[in-house]
Write a protein that binds this ligand. Structure first.
Ligand SMILES: Cc1cc2nc3c(=O)[nH]c(=O)nc-3n(C[C@H](O)[C@H](O)[C@H](O)COP(=O)(O)O)c2cc1C
Length: 239
C-alpha cells in the first residue's frame, strides 16, 4: 500500500510556510507502508476567486477561469492526505487559499458526478504567523471546517504539542527565513511547532492508511454507494 501526501504551502512567497512543511516531512518517521510526498506551492501561481457561474457543476467539474486551479484540483483528488501549511493573513487564511477552497468545493460535485460525495481525504493543518497570538488557531480552524464541509477527515497531531493542528510563530519577524532562524537557534517555540507539524503529518498518514485498507476490504460496499465511489475513483485513477 502507498499513501500519497500532498503538502500545500499556501503562501504567495517561498518562506516560512514551505519551511514548516519541509520540517513536517522530515520528522514524520517510518511506516510499514510506503509514503509518497508531493509538494505544491502557491508561490508563482494564479488562483482567482469563484465567479459563481456554476459551469463546473454541469461540466465534470471543469472551471472556465484560465489559471492554476485545474492543476491543483487534479493533485488534490489524486492524493490521500492533504497537508496545508498556511501563512496567517489578518487572523485567517490568505485570499488565494479561500479562492481555491470555494472553487474546489463547487467543482467537486461536478467532478465526482454526485452531490455530497465523500472523498474522505485526510486533512491536516499547519499555520504560522509573525505574532504569538496572531490567529494561527483560527486559521487552522478555517481549514479544518472546510475539510468537514467536503466530507473529509480533519486530523490533529499529538498532545501536548498539537491540539487542533500545528501553530507556529516567527518571533515578530516578517522575514521569509524567520522560522528557520528560530529553529537553528533552538528557540523552544520553534522546536515545539516543528514537533507538532511532524505529529500532524504522522497522524494524517496513519488515518489515511487505515481508511485505504478499509476501502480495499469493503470495495463492493463502497462501489455500491454513489457518494462513496469517489474513494475508489481517486484510488484507481492514474497519477
Ligand atoms: C497581508 C498580511 C497579513 C498578515 N496578517 C497576520 C496576522 O493576522 N497574524 C500574524 O501573526 N501574522 C500576520 N502576517 C504575517 C505573516 O503571517 C508571516 O510573516 C508569515 O511568516 C508569512 O509566511 P510565509 O513566509 O510563508 O509567507 C501577515 C502578513 C501579511 C502579508
Amino acid at each position: 500500500m502507498e499513501i500519497r501526501v500532498l503538502g500545500i504551502s499556501a503562501s504567495p512567497r517561498r518562506g516560512n510556510s514551505v519551511f514548516l512543511l519541509e520540517q513536517a516531512e522530515r520528522g514524520v518517521g517510518e511506516f510499514p507502508w510506503s509514503v509518497r510526498w508531493t509538494r505544491y506551492e502557491f508561490a508563482g501561481k494564479r488562483l482567482s476567486p469563484c465567479s459563481s457561474c456554476h459551469h463546473c457543476r454541469a461540466h465534470g467539474g471543469a472551471c472556465p477561469i484560465d489559471d492554476d486551479f485545474a492543476e491543483l484540483r487534479r493533485l488534490w483528488t489524486a492524493h490521500d492526505v492533504i497537508l496545508y501549511c498556511v501563512a496567517v493573513y489578518h487572523v485567517g487564511i490568505p485570499a488565494q487559499l479561500k479562492a481555491f477552497f470555494d472553487r474546489l468545493g463547487n467543482s467537486l460535485s461536478g467532478y465526482y458526478g454526485v452531490p455530497g460525495a465523500r472523498p474522505l481525504k485526510v486533512v491536516g493543518a499547519l499555520s504560522q504567523g509573525c505574532h504569538l497570538f496572531g490567529g494561527q488557531e483560527l486559521t487552522i480552524s478555517a481549514i479544518l471546517h472546510h475539510a468537514v464541509l467536503l466530507n473529509c477527515i480533519p486530523v490533529a497531531g499529538d498532545r501536548p504539542e498539537s491540539y487542533l493542528g500545528a501553530p507556529a510563530w516567527t518571533g515578530g519577524d516578517m522575514g521569509a527565513d524567520a522560522l528557520r532562524g528560530l529553529l537553528e537557534r533552538g528557540h523552544p517555540d520553534a522546536v515545539t511547532s516543528v514537533k507538532a507539524a511532524a505529529g500532524v503529518a504522522r497522524r494524517c498518514i496513519e488515518i489515511a492508511a487505515l481508511i485505504k485498507a478499509g476501502v480495499e476490504t469493503w470495495a463492493p460496499y463502497v462501489r455500491a454507494d454513489a457518494k462513496m465511489r469517489p474513494l475508489l475513483r481517486d484510488t484507481e485513477q492514474p497519477r
